[in-house]
Ligand binder design. Structure first.
Ligand code: NAP
Ligand code: MG
Length: 499
């Protein structure tokens, strides 16, 4: 068990939860891993171990999948009315809202993000997502079809839950990613086995307690903690799982696709990005400069849609770089529990090594840091918000997803929108982009030319439960949120009656 003293700034409820003996949630019960093994959970602000959680392996995954299978095939879940399912999801949202402060503190301790951010973003967005999806439970429906086959027929479609769903999520928005996955699956009537990220399992385990308290029937939601290879891989490969939904790296996304091939389970993927933010010379720089700074520095750049390539027209490039660098150097980096902190530590030592490695590789290849460029403290995983200029298109910092607070600023001279779009699209990813201009015609022409699942105009990182989100190209398959996500969790059945 963890022995370290928890931060005195925490509410007692939060400290008690973090210090408790953690168990996974399988078939309506809180259980240890069958092997009894645990894995350590670190506080990224100090690098110290603060908790142990069970380390699920194939045998635990199998138990959870069988529980979800029973709940789907025999259990009360699929026989419940859509309205009853919707009400349970609403009850969960209410419980989360009642525990908002505690969930925000857990998220800050586990992920490192400022508690002030988790309080206004992560937790309320997760609550909102569940409420929005609860509304869909009663509105998932088919169509009727006038068919031309000779004779008289009545044809209609049924939209049915896909079945048992495996879900694997990352550590950047632990609670919100759990909500994005669970909300639509439950609204559609599926049962779920959710594997949390090894770095950030705590808010998901607290959510499991609230799911239990809300009264979801046994086996409908199962929540596992464990490593990707030990628990994620057997979940993705399991023959009794009908569908796997994954958010994380493109590299692991490919492994998921291979693992799913055995029983050809359905797959949806939300993967990496290298999103462009493009500032035209006529843009309102009073908005575009803070907007593009926040596009990269929000959540420490640990966003799949982070605006990590900043393109600015040469006539305004110096002003943009100066403005964004000025903001970067003034961001208060510190412990997420400090109310003045604007940026916390990166999530893990591994991410810290990865991000500082990218910065060093850029600098050694000739890039210049106009802000940051170094680690930001002697302990914990803090990195300075960094702006790189004088990059070339071949550099790793420009080509690869860094997933940290590092932006590459690149000037453009072109006025031809096709050529600007070609440069913006010159990446295997296609998750998001932002365009900054006062000219609505340029803005919408660019929106059409950019190959990505989201284009923001004069804003970045605007999310809503009603808006579909997902990737073109290697940024993924399928969409999260909105009505679109329901396609991930339903099958369509065409029924035809000869009259
Ligand atoms: P990752 O390895 O793709 O992890 C995402 C999830 O997949 C975690 O739950 C992970 O478990 C699990 N996983 C890992 N290997 C697996 C396997 N073979 N089969 C099934 N599941 C597996 O991402 P990461 O290592 O946390 O971060 C690496 C990079 O991924 C980041 O630097 C960033 O570029 C990208 N990333 C993207 C997003 C996004 O939102 N698109 C989010 C996070 C990271 P563990 O927790 O045990 O690893
Ligand atoms: Mg990993």
């Amino acid at each position: 068990m963890a022995t370290i003293a928890l931060d005195p700034r925490l509410d007692k409820k939060t400290s008690d939860f973090i210090a408790q003996k953690h168990r996974m949630y399988i078939d309506g019960k809180f259980v240890n891993a069958a092997s009894g093994k645990t894995l350590s959970v670190y506080n990224p602000a100090t690098g110290e171990v603060m908790a142990q959680v069970p380390e699920a392996e194939a045998v635990d995954v199998d138990q959870a999948v069988r529980a979800a299978r029973r709940a789907f095939d025999e259990g009360p879940w699929t026989k419940m009315s859509p309205s009853q399912r919707g009400r349970l999801i609403l009850k969960l949202a209410d419980l989360m809202e009642q525990h908002l402060e505690e969930l925000a503190e857990i998220e800050s301790m586990d992920n490192g993000k400022p508690v002030s951010v988790a309080r206004v973003a992560d937790v309320p967005l997760a609550v909102d997502l569940f409420r929005y999806m609860a509304g869909w439970a009663t509105k998932i429906m088919g169509h009727t079809f006038p068919i031309s086959f000779p004779g008289e027929y009545l044809s209609y479609t049924l939209r049915e839950p896909i079945g048992v769903v495996g879900q694997i999520i990352p550590w950047n928005f632990p609670l919100l990613m759990a909500a994005w996955k669970l909300g639509p699956a439950l609204a559609a009537g599926c049962t779920v086995v959710l594997k949390l990220a090894e770095q950030t399992p705590l808010s998901g385990l607290r959510l499991a307690e609230l799911i239990h308290e809300a009264g979801f029937p046994e086996g409908v939601v199962n929540v596992l903690t464990g490593f990707g290879e030990g628990a994620g891989a057997p979940l993705a490969a399991h023959d009794l799982v009908d569908k796997i939904a994954f958010t994380g790296s493109t590299e692991v996304g490919r492994l998921i696709v291979h693992a799913a091939a055995g029983n050809l389970k359905k797959v949806s993927l939300e993967l990496g990005g290298k999103s462009p933010a493009i500032i035209f010379p006529d843009a309102d720089l009073e908005r575009a400069i803070p907007g593009t700074a926040s596009a990269i520095f929000f959540n420490h750049g640990q966003c799949c849609c982070a605006g990590s390539r900043l393109f600015a027209h040469e006539s305004i490039f110096d002003r943009v770089v100066e403005g964004v660098s000025d903001i970067a150097s003034k961001i208060r980096v510190g412990n997420g529990l400090d109310p003045h902190t604007e940026m916390g530590p990166l999530v893990s030592e591994e991410q810290f090594e990865k991000v500082t490695g990218y910065i060093n590789s850029g600098l050694s290849e000739g890039a210049k840091a106009t802000a940051g460029g170094k680690k930001a403290a002697d302990r914990g995983y803090f990195v300075q918000p960094t702006v790189l200029t004088r990059t070339t298109p071949e550099m790793k910092v420009v080509k690869e997803e860094i997933f940290g607070p590092v932006v590459c600023a690149v000037p453009f001279t072109d006025t031809d929108l096709d050529r600007i779009a070609r440069e913006a699209n010159d990446t295997p990813y296609g998750l998001a982009a932002s365009v900054w201009t006062r000219d609505i015609s340029i803005a919408n022409k660019m929106a059409k030319r950019i190959r990505s699942g989201t284009v923001w105009i004069n804003c970045h990182n605007v999310f809503d439960a009603a808006l579909p989100f997902g990737g073109y190209k290697q940024s993924g398959w399928g969409r999260e949120m909105g009505s679109e996500v329901l396609n991930n969790y339903t099958e369509v059945k065409a029924v035809t009656t000869a009259l």
